[in-house]
Design a protein around this ligand. Structure first.
Ligand SMILES: Nc1ncnc2c1ncn2[C@@H]1O[C@H](COP(=O)(O)OP(=O)(O)OP(=O)(O)O)[C@@H](O)[C@H]1O
Ligand code: NI
Length: 270
């Protein structure tokens, strides 16, 4: 029998818990993620959507190996057919696996942003590459000497993007890359993610912005309360959502302003 093409990333039965103290001395386990699964093929963009607190960032952090030390993580994370061990994650992070974090707080407040863009680049070419990336993202060369607190929010987002563009990137994990970004910059960021995919990288796009996700993604994974409840092709998000598997996904789809189903449904019920 022919073996099916291997996904670039395959997350199965992922569970993440935290052991927390409460009432001073007693310990309890909270489990924000249980049995979550998702897979991404080379050149594919998979959007991960779900309410705030549903576990999207934790999923990203688990794949990257940057969960807090008190996290208890189980399940399987396979990357190109190999188990992503703690060591492999460290080796690949910032190189083959790049990360665009949700918060600009991931930048080091004590390091000029230019230096931060150079991390992971070959020494001899780092400055040249940085200048290129800055030009590409509309940042001035002199901005490189500034510290994060000296840049605007929009500029910091662009710096984060510049840190994610690396030669040989195979998997891009973008956690809410577009909040508070004006429409033109948004289009630019979506284009950049498409470019990653066109060059063969898999992209995990975590977002609240379902419209943008549908614009560029191939499939959408819907996460609810730390579980994957549905993974559907973008084409299923059409019409009344009759091709979607769950009511939850249908509600997400119908809640989009331009769909305006909420009012119609109310009328039908009346
Ligand atoms: N270090 C931690 N200790 C305890 N609980 C945590 C920790 N980090 C996250 N959680 C909990 O895990 C759940 C999922 O968090 P996560 O950040 O993954 O949500 P999210 O889907 O990314 O939300 P948002 O869309 O708001 O970014 C939340 O309920 C959160 O409170
Ligand atoms: Ni998040």
């Amino acid at each position: 029998m022919l073996k099916a093409a291997q996904p670039l990333l395959k997350v199965e039965n992922l569970s993440i818990g935290f052991s927390q103290y409460f009432r001073g001395t007693q310990k309890r386990l909270i489990q924000p993620i249980a049995n979550l699964h998702v897979d991404i093929a080379e050149g594919e963009i998979v959007a991960v959507v779900g309410a705030s607190g549903s576990g999207k960032s934790l999923l990203a952090h688990a794949v990257l190996g940057i969960l807090p030390t008190n996290a208890i993580c189980s399940g399987s994370i396979m990357y190109r057919g190999e188990e992503l061990t703690k060591r492999r994650k460290e080796e690949l992070r910032g190189r083959e696996i790049s990360f665009i974090p949700q918060s600009v707080n991931y930048l080091d407040p004590l390091m000029p942003v230019g230096k931060q863009v150079q991390i992971g680049l070959a020494k001899q070419k780092a400055q040249e590459r940085q200048n290129m990336l800055f030009a590409h993202y509309g940042l001035k060369e002199s901005d490189g000497k500034l510290y994060p607190h000296e840049l605007s929010g929009g500029m910091l987002r662009r710096v984060l993007f510049a840190t994610s563009v690396r030669e040989g990137v195979k998997l891009v994990i973008a956690d809410e890359p577009t909040p508070g970004i004006h429409p033109q910059a948004l289009a630019e960021i979506l284009k950049q993610l498409q470019q990653f995919a066109r060059e063969g990288a898999g992209v995990m796009l975590i977002t609240h912005d379902i419209m943008s996700a549908l614009e560029i993604a191939d499939r959408v994974a819907v996460i609810k309360d730390g579980q994957t409840i549905e993974i559907s092709p973008v084409s299923a998000f059409s019409g009344t959502g009759e091709q979607l598997q769950t009511d939850y996904a249908r509600k997400l789809w119908r809640a989009l302003p331009q769909n305006d189903f909420a009012c119609q449904e109310l009328r039908w019920e009346a």
